[in-house]
Design a protein. Structure first.
Length: 301
């Protein structure tokens, strides 16, 4: 069916999720396009809360689908969402975002304006770099000179300059809190062994898969507020380690070659130095583990 599935993957963030649902019910799209809201739950949302969500969404003319998973992990939630979606376009929102009233109508219009695209993404308000911050990110290979490109080490830091955009531009990746795709472009998603739990880099991989079907775009009018709630996330050591390890896999998938891995080593060394003044022992430990993993895998392979 031609329409939009709004997917929220969540785990034990009822307050954040409620705020997100309320922002979805305030859209100015009316009933001009079929909308369904899908919640993929890795936690346990109380039945009375789900009943409240269904009442609110039904009143707006939206259908509601709820699915509680037993195998946790964000990537697996993305897969399940694609399976459950009955629409031809899928929007993935984090549970801790709020979207403005024009968001869904602007998104649908963008697909009409760019009929050959495979996906359309947006921007998180407040995600930006200062001039010096941009220089540091460029020197540490965390971002590219091009807003729509990943860095040499495969990092997505270029999105911190997306707020400067004044018109729609092509991109090779989207931001996971605010990304959408045509279902046809991601219909063949399957389990990926290294994408577990928080699944760092899953948005990059999904974007890469979708790009095989057509170009991706970022529309700067698709701005949302991302509260970045820390609730229910993995510990800092695991996140830091996974951030490095998963980019090793992403570089391998891209067939990056030695330059990419050397760039990732440089990026990781910078991240370790950045955490030293804050005495963030857990993150430092995770990055050091990741650094060892880069060398061990390169030596073995």
């Amino acid at each position: 069916m031609q329409g939009l599935s709004v997917v929220i993957c969540t785990r034990n963030r009822v307050q954040d999720l409620t705020r997100c649902i309320h922002s979805i019910t305030k859209q100015d799209i009316g009933r001009t396009s079929p909308i369904e809201v899908i919640i993929i739950d890795d936690g346990d949302i109380p039945k009375e809360i789900l009943s409240e969500f269904e009442t609110l969404l039904t009143a707006c003319g939206y259908s509601f689908i709820y699915h509680r998973k037993t195998d946790r992990g964000l990537w697996l939630s993305r897969i399940k969402a694609v399976e459950l979606s009955t629409m031809d376009k899928i929007l993935f929102l984090d549970d801790d975002v709020e979207i403005p009233a024009h968001y869904l109508s602007t998104l649908i219009q963008t697909y009409l304006d760019y009929p050959n695209c495979a996906g359309v993404g947006g921007i998180a308000i407040g995600m930006s770099n200062s001039f010096l911050g941009t220089i540091r990110c460029l020197l540490s290979f965390q971002q590219s000179l091009s807003s729509g490109k990943l860095s040499l080490s495969g990092q997505a830091g270029s999105m911190y300059n997306w707020h400067k955009a004044r018109k729609i531009f092509k991109t090779e990746f989207q931001h996971g809190c605010n990304m959408s795709f045509k279902k046809e472009a991601i219909k063949d998603l399957g389990p990926v062994p290294w994408l577990k739990s928080y699944s760092v880099g899953e948005d990059i991989l999904m974007s890469r898969i979708a790009q095989k079907s057509g170009p991706l775009y970022i529309n700067p009018e698709l701005k949302l507020l991302h509260h970045e709630s820390p609730a229910s996330r993995d510990n800092l050591e695991d996140v830091a380690y996974t951030r490095v390890l998963n980019h090793v896999y992403l570089l391998k998938d891209k067939k990056s070659g030695p330059i990419g891995y050397l760039a990732l080593v440089w990026t990781t060394l910078y991240l370790i130095l950045r955490e030293q003044p804050k005495k963030n022992v857990a993150a430092i430990k995770g990055y050091k583990k990741g650094l060892k993993e880069i060398f061990s895998r390169q030596t073995a392979g």
